[in-house]
Design a protein around this ligand. Sequence first.
Ligand code: NAD
Ligand code: DAU
Length: 355
Amino acid sequence: MSILVTGGAGFIGSNFVLDWLAQSDEPVINLDKLSYAGNLENLASLKDHPGHIFVQGDIGDAELVAGLLAKHQVRAVLNFAAESHVDRSITGPGEFIQTNIVGTFHLLEACKAYWQQLQGEAKTAFRFLHVSTDEVYGSLEKTDPAFSETNRYEPNSPYSASKAASDHLVRAYHHTYGLPVLTTNCSNNYGPFHFPEKLIPLCILNALNGKPLPIYGDGQQIRDWLYVKDHCSAIRTVLAGGRLGETYNVGGWNEKPNLDVVRTLCAILDELQPRADGQPYSSQITYVTDRPGHDKRYAIDATKLERELGWKPAETFETGIRKTVEWYLANQAWVGNVTSGAYREWLEHNYGARA
Ligand code: NAD
Ligand code: DAU
């Protein structure tokens, strides 16, 4: 038996694969298209690991997926593959529709056909776990209660709308065909191997390179931050014990305004690698034009996951962000390789026109 992880060369997927193989002998089939966000260097430590089988391909290629499921007797599919960056969904939504909606549909079709011909215990034990986001619930006001699993879906960006659509497809495949699905809706992750287009890694790298730390709008938008290893442990927990057809919110109980997040990582850098001129890194903070349709606040109520399955995050924001800054300082070769030509083009595209 084995598990099939899609998007396992991306930020969360690669952390998941690494953690899985550190704890289990069960092989991982890793299906990843290797888009700009996919990076086999994240998995370099698995180079000679017999339990890691990497396949470059698209979740939308149902024939490829069908072949992998049958060949490796897959007992669970974990769908991390997606276009994941909100800003990119604003400038180019097409890829988000293609992978997050159409791709998930083809993946579900292949999984349904495979699951339907399984027999006995193999059929009962099969799982399709869909990795989704808190952004599907829309935006909260400051005093609103945190998102629970019963909040209605109110996605506001092309990214969150495409994730919402994929969540609905997953739900429908359970209700209509009985496919044994689980869905997790998680808050903002951070940690090792985070591609530096997202706020935290972008600001760590810009700080070290003497560049502006771009804060959209007034920087008072709030996100709930979860260390990526805690997200991976939550997914393992839901896979092992989640109730079929249920959704589980995953969060860190760490709500922070963006400005506080950036100030915190600046203070850690001041301590670990002070600027040559003695000035604080926070002096590089620069306010830029806001993201269109910018959601004000996300907050996750992860009570259901704790109550039903006993999951809790291991890291606080303070411990997790320190580990993250230390990881980026210690992994400059990885940083050098991901900040290549295509990455610089994105920075020019996204930040060049912002006042
Ligand atoms: P990422 O952008 O770092 O990685 C996505 C991976 O998917 C890449 O390796 C990419 O090559 C691969 N991929 C893209 N399209 C594909 C396709 N058509 N077929 C196969 N592979 C494809 O994303 P991430 O931050 O690791 O997010 C992983 C999942 O978790 C996504 O579904 C995302 O919506 C969800 N999520 C992310 C966060 C977060 O804070 N990053 C929070 C909650 C949920
Ligand atoms: O909430 C979960 C989501 O978190 C995931 O589903 C997404 O895949 C993931 O990318 C993340 O989305 P966000 O849009 O919240 O993450 P991002 O790091 O892009 O932005 C975090 C906050 O920081 C957000 O309020 C926008 C702001 N921001 C972001 C960038 C890149 C800035 O102020 N400046 C920036 O340069």
